[in-house]
Design a protein around this ligand. Structure first.
Ligand SMILES: *Cc1c(COP(=O)(O)O)cnc(C)c1O
Length: 353
């Protein structure tokens, strides 16, 4: 009789949220719609695609457009099927079974999941009470625990806090571990290490087109690292990991002048409105809104699970983090108004919370 192995026996399929909600602010997606003329060009690309041919394994067109947009060398860029695929790939290929990997807490929950699939030994480093990363203590942790891979997000999902470029540089220089730096939200902040990726022998930076660029549906991400690491990433990835349409569409969007800047500006404006609204509410009810570096706001609340449930009941989906926080994605103006109005009702009038 066949039995699933213990590593996967207890796992359940990923289900971000089930049910229909009129306001979806739970997945950090962009609310900014691709303009009609860009959608038209994507339709033309779809029309002209060679559907019988395998995709370009090097995703050269995408890598060049990505590199030109960020001012990096395309030879240092590897495309992935979302940065999720790259996370899976890096943890499984760059660690041996039982290899020592460190993640921070709180941080993106998928890291630990991929570590367990890779049968790595996953060590947890707890952030300070203010949810910031104490760099000196983290360096000592990595060295004392002989960590081989350190994986964290900057700015961080779910805290929305960022670590300065200088602090990240110091961290990467001071540890023997390979540092996988997930910059999924760095388009909303200005402390990227992307242009210095080749200066380090132990740094891989991950980026995604899913958050700031509003292309979550296409599943395109990128890894940027020095030539030795890049060669290894390209050698271990599956050959046709990014489909032809996604490669072409992402390149087209990256090459559209001004588009990504307008998308970013719209999202940052929305985030500031959401943050100001949350901070004002928080000051009235003993909660705390963290100053955001991303496209979402983290709110510390004593009764977060109750408020989360009450929001869902009103058709508003946000993310419950642990049992003390809500993570709210910056949305379109009417979505922000809906969530802020409901929160005001729940927090200041005590209804349903
Ligand atoms: C959303 C997210 C990702 C995943 O991005 P994809 O490219 O869509 O797979 C990776 N890291 C963090 C921290 C994220 O929040």
């Amino acid at each position: 009789m066949y039995e699933l192995n213990p590593k996967i026996r207890g796992l359940t399929p990923y289900d971000p949220i089930s049910g229909e909600y009129r306001v979806r602010l739970d997945a950090n997606e962009s609310f900014f719609p691709l303009p009609p003329e860009v959608r038209g060009r994507l339709a033309e690309l779809a029309q002209a695609l060679d559907y019988n041919r395998y995709p370009d394994p090097a995703a050269a067109g995408f890598c060049e457009a990505f590199a030109a947009h960020y001012g990096v060398d395309p030879a240092l860029v590897t495309a992935g099927n979302g940065s999720d695929e790259l996370l899976f790939l890096l943890t499984s290929a760059f660690l041996m079974r039982g290899g020592r990997m460190a993640v921070l807490s709180p941080d993106f929950s998928m890291y630990r999941f991929y570590a367990s699939l890779a049968e790595a030994e996953c060590l947890t480093f707890r952030k300070d009470g203010d949810l910031r990363i104490p760099v000196e203590r983290l360096i000592s942790f990595c060295q004392e625990e002989r960590v081989e891979m350190l994986l964290f997000s900057n700015p961080c999902n779910p805290t929305s806090l960022g670590l300065s470029r200088e602090e990240v540089r110091r961290l990467v220089r001071s540890v023997d571990a390979l540092v996988v730096l997930d910059e999924a939200y760095m388009d909303f902040w200005d402390q990227s290490l992307l242009q210095e990726a080749a200066d380090f022998d132990n740094l891989i930076i991950l980026r995604t087109c899913s958050k700031a660029f509003g292309m979550a549906a296409l599943r395109v991400g990128a890894a940027v690292a020095n030539p030795v690491l890049t060669r290894a990433i390209r050698a271990v990835k599956s050959p046709y990991n990014v489909n032809s349409f996604s490669q072409a569409a992402a390149a087209e969007v990256l090459r559209t002048p001004g588009l990504l800047d307008s998308a970013r500006e719209a999202v940052v404006r929305s985030r500031e409105e959401l943050y100001q609204g949350c901070a004002a509410l928080a000051s009235h009810c003993g909660a705390e809104a963290f100053r955001p570096c991303t496209n979402f706001v983290l709110l510390r609340l004593a009764n977060a699970p109750e408020v989360h449930r009450a929001l869902l009941a009103r058709g508003i989906a946000v993310r419950l983090i642990g049992d003390g926080f809500l993570r709210i994605t910056a949305g379109a103006p009417e979505e922000n108004r809906a969530v802020l109005g409901a929160l005001e009702d729940l927090l200041t009038k005590g209804r349903g919370a």
